[in-house]
Design a protein around this ligand. Structure first.
Ligand code: BTN
Length: 259
């Protein structure tokens, strides 16, 4: 059986994500190609999966180290969402990875907005990119890219040793990549379908790595220390300052004290 067939066999009929799966042994970036295909009209639920990426993309223009032994996938979504839903979609993806790992008995933590941590080190990064109609400015498609470190990485760059880890190192489990991909797609499909019921938000909140931690917030151009206390319905981070006033911050405007 091919990789796409193996994964599709594990998806229920109702799962709209993964009906079309494109598999690559090596690619520069599944997100890059997914955006190209989406712009050419690829259907909702198309998934790209690779064994390794030579130029994996992370947030803020960073590269995402993507050696063999990890899970690298991008899902193309054409939901009826606005740009304002993008934070929630990213959070849905984080909740989907959390719930997939829970099936293996692994309790990861979700760092706002979209990293998963295990034992205080990162095991998964998510990059959500949108394409907009040039005239209307409306959202045309979303690409959700997920990179999950499954196996020990003998070539992990030295500078990432204290920051990044993988499931095998932390738990001793050797998780099958295709099995994990199917579990993620199943949960992602469900959370996206239920996005306006906020099903993902309970999982996202209860397993937060961020809440209760101190963060530096850029507030009206000034950096202030605050405590992360909750999430809004749209996944904005609610922070409380020492004078007990609260504010909601969006991605890019808060960072952990230790970062
Ligand atoms: C981050 O941690 O900054 C986000 C990393 C996202 C990595 C995934 S791997 C699959 C997809 N293709 C990419 O080039 N990036 C995403």
């Amino acid at each position: 059986m091919t990789v796409p067939e193996t994964i599709q066999k594990l998806l229920p009929e109702c799962c709209g994500i993964g009906k079309q799966i494109l598999y690559f042994q090596e690619i520069d970036s599944t997100n890059r190609l997914a955006k190209e295909l989406a712009a050419q009209g690829a259907v909702h639920g198309t998934v790209l999966l690779a064994d390794r990426q030579s130029a994996g993309r992370g947030r803020l223009g960073k590269t995402f180290h993507s050696p063999i032994g990890g899970l690298y996938l991008s899902a193309i979504l054409r939901p009826n969402f606005t740009a304002a839903d993008m934070m929630s979609v990213t959070a849905c993806a984080a909740a989907a990875v959390y719930s997939a790992l829970e099936e293996y008995g692994i309790s990861a933590k979700i760092k706002w907005v979209n990293d998963l941590f295990l034992h205080d080190r990162k095991i998964c990064g998510i990059l959500c990119e949108g394409g907009f109609h040039p005239q209307s400015g409306k959202l045309d498609y979303l690409v959700i890219g997920i990179g999950l470190n499954l196996q020990k990485d003998a070539f992990l760059p030295q500078e990432l040793h204290n920051i990044v880890t993988d499931i095998e190192t932390e738990t001793g489990l050797k998780i099958d990549r295709n099995d994990a991909a199917a579990a993620i797609l199943r949960h992602l499909d469900r959370y996206i379908k239920e996005i306006h019921d906020k099903t993902f938000l309970r999982v996202y909140t209860e397993n937060s790595y961020t809440l209760g931690k101190r963060v530096i917030v850029t507030h009206h151009g000034v950096e202030r220390e605050a405590l992360a206390v909750g999430y809004t319905q749209d996944c904005g981070l609610i922070v409380r300052f020492s004078d007990n006033s609260e504010d909601v911050v969006t991605t890019g405007t808060a960072r952990f004290i230790s970062e």
